[in-house]
Design a protein around this ligand. Sequence first.
Ligand code: 13P
Length: 338
Amino acid sequence: MSKKITIIGDGAMATVSALLLENKGYSVTIWGAFADYTAEMIQTRENSRYLPGYKLPDAIKLTSESDRAFRDVDFVINAVPTQYVRTVWSRLADALPAGLPIASLSKGIETDTLLRPTQIITDVLSPLGKQERSLACISGPSVADELAKCLPATVCAASDDADFAKELQETFNTHWFRVYTNSDLLGVELAGATKNVIALAAGMLDGLQAGINAKSALLSRGLAEITRLGLAMGASQETFFGISGVGDLATTCFSPTGRNRTCGEQLGRGRKLDDVLDAIPGIVEGVPTTKSVLQLSEKFKIEMPITEALNMVLFQGLDPLEGISKLMSRGLKAEQIR
Ligand code: 13P
């Protein structure tokens, strides 16, 4: 029996997910928050802002009406930038049927609350008595423009509910998109969020032409610090060393078109953050998430020098070159020499 799936969000990942699932014969609806833009996509059958050049087949339904989003749906995909998850799900909550499972594609940590995307959804639904449902996240090295070309890629579907993770695996898996399952929802979601912070710093090194040695050092020390945080929060080390950890870290730090790396590169070239963000289509998740990760490092008393230096560059006017010098001249500790 063909499944019905609704995707919440109209960004690049929402659109490539819709294309993949429609191509597998599922009935797919995209819900967009902005009625005018949804109407434009219905008219042109293209997501010209976030995934230009790819025709949306007529079978993909588009709506911005909450009560049409969940009709007879088997499960829902959250593909909204992290800092908008709360607003969007507050708007959708009344129309959301009891028990309908939700899988999230968002990669960030909400500022102030320090919640992961699936936790934000629970936080919105709990006061309404609507939190009783399976939640999952799907994360891994998955740059949208490569997925749109059906280039080989892998992700993890992570959930406390093994049956839902398996259902997501079977639903998304295809000959060019391999889906693994993982029970470490916390780790997979946290790794996906924190790698964006390191990718901003990696982009800065590119912009400064700091060299490949510097970038490889950043990736390995970056992985060490996000893993330290993950372990302190209860995630599994294996997750950080797997595709949704080091795998996604590598992709995001090297992707020529990646938003986080590109943002960092422009900052490394001396441009101002606001100007850079204005010029990048979509949301650069790593920017607000840097603030959140820094706060998590303070809360869990974890040393995260790269995150700390990046936060100073992004929000306190530290020159990126000074940031590197700060990191390189830190005191040496025997147990840190690897
Ligand atoms: P960007 O948001 O930096 O484009 O990264 C996408 C991503 O998460 C790749 O897996």
